[in-house]
Design a protein around this ligand. Sequence first.
Ligand code: GDP
Length: 330
Amino acid sequence: MIQRGFASAVLAPTDPKLIRNIAIIAHVDHGKTTLMDRLLTFCGATLSEDRVMDSNQFERERGITIASKYTSFQFKGHTFNAVDTPGHADFGGEVERVLGMVDGAVLLVDANEGPLSQTKFVVEKALKRGLKPLVVLNKVDRLGATEQRCGEVESSVFDVFANLGASDDQLDFPVLYASAREGWASASLPPPGQPPPDASMAPLLEALVKYVPPPPSESLQDPFSFLVVMTERHAFLGRIATGRVHSGSVAVGDRIKVLWKDGGQEEGFKVTKLMKRCGMTTVDVERAVAGDIVSIAGIPAAGIADTVAALEVRQALPPGKIDPPTLSMV
Ligand code: GDP
């Protein structure tokens, strides 16, 4: 399902300052899928036609599976690109590449269980990448999630960060309390078993707008370059490459080339379609600027960790290419 118009304009802003790229990291079962699902509610509000809302349960479930890789949505004039991060070592370099696309992370921890093995695995990668995760204690609707228990879990998260060599800045993480299942997050812990007044996901999104730095704007003047992080096959469009625009901007019809990760390059490609994922819906966009996460069709030769770039670009981006987050911004 492809959408045009209003959604396209808001989902691919021309000003990088309005973009927030985040990874959602968590141990399995701590609520990542449920949280993503709640964020898709905002996604539904982004679209001019409420197709996401209208779709039946089966489609919605299918959509969530697709969207679990990444989804874009809009909140108070900002475009969020939220990516799912694989939780364990089997995914090798993928975790680094996915974290290379984002400027911030939400660490979701079950307030009853505390941080577990996969939490540590991804947190280590996120800290190395220089990200400052925002910590969300989830499932606080459960009666076991008392103030005392949440305090203990916050200390264990602090210890995990400290043992992994976190900087003072990273150790100074904000904490929010959430029930992803009930669809709310809050800066303070409500009494056990009670949702906060005006329960919604807005406090989390507001915290992220404030806490996660926008992508740097300077590279907007440079020629277009883009590192492929994920690929998929589409029945009509062929290969679709998803990644982050590292510099410049890209528009439908642009002539581009591929610089392979192992050296060598190939010219003669043209961007046939630019898209963003919005839950299960694919939204066509005309242009994407530095810092944005976008899917490109028209480059069958591009594989994971290859670079797609303007014709004048000579050097491939290193496979672990990352834009350093602006750590001074809090
Ligand atoms: P994931 O493996 O991290 O994607 O976790 P899921 O989102 O699939 O959640 C795992 C289980 O925890 C499911 O049964 C959810 O319904 C449940 N769950 C998720 N969030 C909450 C929450 O905030 N409160 C409660 N009580 N259960 C939750």
